[in-house]
Design a binder for this molecule. Structure first.
Ligand code: ADP
Length: 220
């Protein structure tokens, strides 16, 4: 089973990916996490990457593909859950080619639909644990209200991502509309797209996704 989570920035891809991973034991691939890890290197490449990501712009398809292929080479779990990839039509075509070579394909593309003003509120309030990556939000009650600056689970300090501010959000959202949203039609044409109203609590969103998987399981 191969799944893509398609969504604007901060729509809850990472949260749903974690829940899906727990239930179905998938190989969760977050290109954002792969890139953040590469960007933490102290060399010129790391610095350049950090700059691009902090601005809110997309990283080039070549860099993303290289990191992804390296990650897949080292993976033994072939049930793939893509979080933040593909983000351009070119990436989607390359992914299709890559899977076809292995006689494999994408089964589900879940579009997490959230309005722009809600996303902006979520992004500026998002806080992440340095140690266990748990996500909190100081702006939205339904998303783990958090007024303290430490993690409930492990006590470690929380931080704010370099691109979680209003200025970078504008660019991230624009990039999404221009480059990523054409994927909605791309996957709709292939009859793989499932639209999920994601202006709801994470448990309700997860339930909607699971129902679709369970109802279609016999097809795959
Ligand atoms: P979000 O979905 O909240 O924006 P991500 O962690 O998925 O967060 O992505 C953070 C940043 O990483 C993006 O703004 C972009 O710069 C880069 N990035 C992640 N995935 C891709 C991708 N598939 N192609 C190009 N850039 C990417």
């Amino acid at each position: 089973m191969n799944i893509i989570l398609l969504a604007p920035p901060a729509a809850g891809k990472g949260t749903q990916a974690e829940l899906l991973d727990k239930k179905y034991h998938l190989n969760h691939i977050s290109t954002g996490d792969l890139l953040r890890s590469a960007a933490s290197r102290e060399d010129d490449f790391g610095k350049k990457l950090k700059e691009i990501m902090a601005s809110g712009a997309l990283v080039s398809d070549e860099i993303v593909l290289e990191l992804l292929e390296k990650h897949l080479e080292q993976s033994t779990n072939h049930n793939l859950l893509f979080d933040g990839f593909p983000r351009t039509i070119h990436q989607a075509e390359l992914l299709d080619e890559m899977l076809e070579k292995k006689n494999d394909k994408i089964n589900y593309v879940f579009l997490l639909d959230v309005e722009e003003d809600i996303l902006k509120k979520r992004i500026t309030g998002r806080r992440i644990c340095k140690n266990c990556n748990s996500v909190y939000n100081v702006n939205i009650e339904a998303l783990n209200p958090k007024q303290e600056n430490t993690c409930d689970k492990c006590g470690e300090m929380l931080y704010q991502r370099g691109d979680d501010n209003e200025e970078a959000f504008k660019i991230r959202y624009q990039e999404y509309i221009e480059k990523t949203s054409p994927l909605i039609n791309y996957y709709q044409d292939k009859q793989k797209l499932y639209r999920i109203d994601s202006n709801q609590q994470k448990e309700i969103i997860f339930d909607s996704i699971c129902k679709i998987i369970e109802n279609n399981k016999q097809l795959f």
